[in-house]
Each structure stands twice: as C-alpha cells, then as structure tokens.
Design a protein around this ligand. Structure first.
Ligand code: G1P
Length: 288
C-alpha cells in the first residue's frame, strides 16, 4: 500500500532552556553546539536525510538566532568562497525560503500546544516531529529508519527506547503490544507516569510521524501532566481508531536536555572524528 509521503517536519523550539542557564539567557538552548554544529542543526540534518522538504520551527521570543542560523549569510558565504574556503562546512545551514517556516508559540502551554501552533502550515498531511534535545545519532538517522517503517505500515509512528525503570516518570511511556523486529505495536500511552503506574520502561524518545488528525484532537485537548497540553495525551486518544507503532532506533541517543547527556554527546562525537579523536583520548586519560 502506498502512504502519503512525509514532506514536513515540526521542530518545537520555544522552550526557555532554564536547565542550561545562564548559557541560555541570550542564546537558544537549541543553538548550543555539539562540538561545532548546533543541536538544532543535527535534527535538521536528520530530517533532510529522511527526505523531508519543509522545516517548520515553532519558536518564541529570544529565538531569532535559530532563524539567522538557517538563513543565507551573504557576507560569510561571499567571503569564504572568494578566499577559496571549504564551503561544505555550511551544508544544511542555508534553508531556502520555501523549505522553512517559523511560527511563534506565544504562551508556554506545553508540547501539544506547540505542535498545534503549526497546524496551518502542516495542513492536511502526515508530518514528522523532532524534539532537538533528544540527539539521535546513528549510521542511518532515526527519522530515516522511521520513514522506512512508515512506508511499510503507514499510520502513526513513535521512536522508543528502553531506560532504567526509576527514570520513566520523566517521559512519555508506551504500553507495548506485539513486537515484530524493530517494530512494536502501541496499545496505550501515558505521559510522565509514576514508576508504579508505568506500563513499561519503553519511552518516547522525541521523534514522531503523525497523521494530521492529531491537530484536531489537540484542538480540544485539556491540560494534563504538569498542567500542560500534552502531545502524548492527544495521541493516546487516537489509539484504536488509527494504527500506532513504535520503532526501536538502531543507534545512540543522548539526552541533551541534561548537562551530563550533553557532555556525553560532545565526547562521543569527538571520539568519532579524525581531527579530534587522538587529542581527546589523550586528555580524557589525564582525568580518569
Ligand atoms: C517530552 C514528551 C515526552 C517524551 C520526552 C522525550 O517531554 O512530552 O513524552 O518522552 O519529551 O524527551 P519533555 O521532555 O518535554 O518534558
């Protein structure tokens, strides 16, 4: 069966980034670099790799650095090219006007509300969502793996991973059904359950492919966990009337919403780079 292609991706980037203050007082947390590429760039690279054409950023006040980052930088591009510099370093940073859109979430009312703010740009087609804090790094990107699964199954897909049981209360958790290779049927979803109420230790790890119906569900979604409008609650309502599958990502995940996860991502990537690995290996030995 052929399914409508995934052409659009929503990046909710309106969060205040309080966990990284004071670094994020004047700089969006999504612009913090993993070595030399900002976090948001990795998410956009992952979307491009998956064949996605339009990037929709749900931003807020103080986030204009993200728009500048993906804009044309005439002086920089001109100067670099006239000096014969390697321009590939800027790949993926200059999105054409037709390939990006920005909409503001004016009030911080939760992830579900942020996604709903993009409803007019998403329109009536299935779309992807990327939570850029969740840095997914693999030989094949997480979204590309999900798009392959979508081509087979259609419907709605979530990326999941197993975590220690005492951490489930910080995440959206799935109630798993039948498993078939890397795909698991989703029978239910709970946002930030108490450990004792969690249906599993499989958490939603920040990548989604959703049918546009979710926007209509979000329209009337009441506040949930933390008093916020939760995407997980809206998706939970759709289970039963729509197919929902979870994809276990074949790759590494770093929780860059936490300082330790952010540092780990920097070290892990540095150790994979020819220009850095030797130096980093040497100094790490000094400290441990
Ligand atoms: C959000 C989602 C949650 C998901 C998590 C992944 O929570 O609501 O379902 O598991 O991202 O990081 P947040 O981290 O915004 O509280």
């Amino acid at each position: 069966m052929s399914h409508k292609p995934i052409r659009k991706a929503v990046f909710p980037v309106a969060g205040l980034g309080t966990r990284f203050l004071p670094a994020t007082k004047a700089i969006p947390k999504e612009m913090l670099p993993i070595i030399d590429r900002p976090l948001i760039q990795y998410a956009v690279d992952e979307a491009i790799e998956a064949g996605i054409e339009q990037m929709i950023f749900v931003t807020g006040r103080g986030k204009s650095a993200i728009e500048d980052h993906f804009d044309m930088a005439y002086e920089l591009e001109h100067t670099m090219s006239s000096r014969g510099k390697d321009m590939t370093i800027l790949d993926g940073t200059h999105l054409k006007p037709g390939n990006c859109a920005y909409v503001r979430q004016q009030v911080p009312m939760g992830l579900g509300h942020a996604i709903w703010c993009a409803r007019d740009i998403v329109g009536d087609e299935p779309f992807a969502i990327f939570l850029p804090d969740e840095f997914m790094h693999g030989k094949t990107g997480c979204m590309k793996q999900m798009v392959s699964a979508y081509k087979e199954k259609g419907g709605n897909l979530l990326s999941v991973l197993e975590i220690p049981e005492d951490q489930v209360s910080s995440y959206g958790v799935i109630d798993p059904g039948a498993r078939d290779g890397t795909l698991t049927e989703v029978k239910g979803l709970v946002e930030k359950p108490a450990q004792k109420d969690a249906p599993s230790n499989l958490i939603i790890s920040g990548r989604y492919i959703l049918q546009p119906d979710v926007m209509r569900t979000l329209e009337n979604q009441e506040a949930g966990s933390g008093g916020e409008i939760q995407l997980t609650d809206a998706m939970a309502k759709m289970i039963g009337s729509q197919a929902f599958h979870a994809v276990t990502f074949d790759g590494d995940r770093y929780d860059c919403g936490s300082k330790a996860g952010y540092l780990e991502a920097n070290f892990a990537l540095a150790l994979q780079r020819d220009d850095l690995a030797d130096d980093v290996r040497k100094f790490i030995k000094k400290y441990i």
